[in-house]
Design a protein around this ligand. Structure first.
Ligand code: ZN
Length: 646
């Protein structure tokens, strides 16, 4: 059997897992399941990157050793994958001794081949955060704290990346699918064509890392350590990758494409190690079209979604809604809408109506007969799914499956089995048999095709069809129309995808989100995450603060903005001749009646901006915590309208 070794990135453990990690990992595991259906022995890897300054500091902040800290966070990742029904075949923590051995081994090979030298590194460094700021110029601010970085010089070991420009270009040209999708390939090509600088790969200022075999006071810096995890996970004590190396696929997010498509193959070429076959970079998962980030306070976690809707609902949404490779947007509303239309009404409905009819009209035994039109469509759908999934075009493949589902729905309506059942003629009864078999067999094919995307739910439908062999053993080669044996007794019927009310579902998930976010914060030894940003914020002189004109205002009118769940259209008196028009994203937290006659804080000198066609002449001040609803700032004592806050 051919092997197929695929990897997610090694996730950095300075933060707890969120939906971005889930996106990559679920996609990878879907590919693994799909490859198994193609007959490959697919081996899926995910792991954690555990060294570096950020981890060192995060551990120190909560009074833990880096080892204890990474034990804690890497366990969170493992628990997460278990809960989400993700089968991990291989894993590594970069703090594991077997990983250290492989890193030192590859370094030694690169050194023996003449690609490592000792030199002097000059870069920008934030003394406050003890952090190197890559690609910063002298005078640039630190991205963590905003303080001006200092130029420092230290002795480091360097990797001769500059020697690989031509070899890398040859690689991309001889293997056009080495980097996918095309946009990422073009980016990488122009980066490499512009010329490559040698890479500093060690630090003496850092303690939490793997020591260099040649000089113990140096530890490996970031990428030369982390990337090698893909190999050490399959090394099994030797260096030959146990037959699994090279990887067939590195699945990554687009922000780390340069490291995977430039640095990584160069390290391997320098060490004379076979190269991975493909790097595929997917796009970003945005939250309601915004980039998810800690500072925006809009990070979504998978656990609330799992608890309310199930892991399959999330996996289906991510693969169906977003074109793999491009950026895509996540929202709770869209998730539930998609679930109801495709899973509850689509496959869920097809399963329950088909199985109910088989029970009602044929005492639960699958009859004989088949519709050639549906049979043919099922055949082409099996082909389409293979072709599209092979190109990681999941949304297209799923679309094809849903075309088959709706064709079967139409077929059932046209045949009207409920009418045929009342007609005792031989012809009517034969047509009824044909209708029931066709619907049930289509359901079997659809269920098998969906098993990589719905690994928890598909086996349930499979069992309800009375299938006794494991769905895991079904391959594309064996999946043909007519595989459902006539006479087979179906299993016990139960709904697999109950409908979810949007409002109720969103509320539940938001509530759980607050709970889970607080749990994660506690795990990281933090109080609420909103407060965490404060100490790191750049300090500003009082004059800067006084530039902001904050006023006490009185809400005179409040109405929801049509076509928006979030926006509220307000008229606010701030002591001027005319009340201000203000559009505020508070409609999910407050109704109009709660806002009328309420004293609020207004930023009065913001540049006006249009929201949903209404010009907002200011901003209302509210506190927000990650995943929670905004809470308006107000006053405990009475205060005249228009009073300035200083
Ligand atoms: Zn800093």
């Amino acid at each position: 059997m051919n092997k197929y070794y695929l990897t997610t990135p090694l996730y950095y453990v300075n933060a707890a897992p969120h939906i971005g990690h889930t996106y990559t990992t679920m996609a990878a595991e879907t590919i693994a399941r799909f490859k198994r259906m193609q007959g490959y022995d697919a081996v899926m890897f995910t792991g954690t990157d555990e060294h570096g300054q950020k981890v060192e500091r995060a551990a120190e902040a909560i009074g833990k050793t880096p080892q204890a800290f990474t034990d804690l966070i890497s366990a969170e990742f493992r628990t997460q994958w278990e809960k989400l029904n993700i089968r991990v075949d291989r894993t590594i923590r970069t703090t594991a001794p077997e990983h250290h051995k492989i890193v030192q081994w590859l370094f030694q090979r690169c050194m023996d081949n003449g690609y490592i030298y000792k030199g002097s590194y000059s870069g920008q460094y934030c003394v406050y955060d003890e952090l190197y700021v890559n690609e910063a110029k002298p005078g640039d601010p630190c991205p963590e704290c905003g303080r001006t970085t200092e130029t420092v010089t230290e002795e480091n070991y360097f990797f001769k990346l500059s020697a690989f420009q031509q070899k890398l270009i040859e690689l991309y040209e001889s293997q056009p699918d080495f980097i996918q999708p095309e946009t990422r390939r073009n980016e990488v090509l122009s980066f490499v064509r512009a010329g490559l600088n040698d890479l500093s790969i060690s630090r003496t200022t850092l303690k939490w890392g793997i020591p260099l075999p040649v000089e113990g006071k140096h530890v490996f810096y970031v990428w030369f350590d982390a990337l090698i995890g893909y190999m050490s996970a399959v090394a099994d004590g030797g260096f030959d990758g146990n037959g699994l190396w090279p990887a067939d696929l590195h699945l990554i997010g687009k922000e780390i494409v340069r490291f995977h498509a430039v640095f990584w193959p160069a390290f391997l070429m320098a060490g004379n190690v076979p190269l991975p076959k493909r790097v595929f970079a997917h796009g970003w998962l945005l939250f309601e079209n915004d980039k998810m980030s800690k500072s925006r306070g809009n990070i979504v976690r998978s656990e609330p979604i799992r608890q309310v809707m199930g892991a399959d609902a999330l996996r289906y949404f991510l693969l169906r809604e977003i074109v793999f490779g491009q950026d895509g947007s996540f929202s709770f509303d869209a998730l539930i809408t998609r679930y109801n239309s495709d899973l509850a009404n689509g496959i869920g409905n097809l399963a329950s109506r088909t199985l109910t009819m088989v029970t009602q009209y044929r005492k639960g035994a699958i009859p004989e007969g088949s519709d050639p039109g549906i049979a043919e469509l099922a055949g082409t759908t099996i082909e389409t799914v293979q072709q599209t999934f092979d190109r990681f075009e999941f949304s297209k493949g799923l679309e094809a499956i849903w075309s088959l589902i709706s064709a079967v729905d139409k077929y059932i309506v046209t045949m009207a089995p409920w009418k045929l059942a009342r007609d005792t003629s031989e012809e009517a009864q034969a047509n009824l048999n044909k209708t029931l078999y066709t619907a049930a067999e289509a359901l079997r094919v659809v269920t098998a095709l969906l098993s990589p995307v719905l690994p928890q739910s598909a086996p349930k439908i499979w069992a309800q069809l009375g299938m006794t062999d494991s769905l895991d053993n079904v391959t594309f080669a064996g999946l043909k129309w007519g595989g459902l044996p006539a006479g087979q007794q179906i299993g016990e019927i139960s709904g697999v995808f109950p409908r979810i009310e949007i409002k109720e579902g969103v509320t539940k998930m938001r509530e759980l989100e607050e709970k889970v976010s607080a749990e994660q914060a506690a795990l990281l030894g933090k109080k609420p995450e909103a407060a965490e940003e404060a100490p790191g914020s750049p300090k500003i002189p009082i004059d800067d603060f006084l530039k902001v004109d904050l006023r006490a205002g009185l809400v005179l009118q409040a109405e929801r903005v049509k076509g928006s769940d979030k926006l509220m259209h307000l008229k606010v008196d701030i002591g001027e001749a005319q009340p201000r028009t203000i559009v505020a994203g508070i409609a999910e937290a407050y109704g109009p009646e709660q806002l009328l006659n309420r004293k609020v804080v207004i930023v009065a000198n913001l540049q006006p901006r249009k929201l949903k066609g209404i010009e907002s002449q200011g901003m209302i001040v509210a506190a927000s915590v990650e995943g929670g609803k905004p809470v308006l700032a107000g006053f405990h004592e009475d205060i005249p309208v228009g009073a300035r806050l200083k």
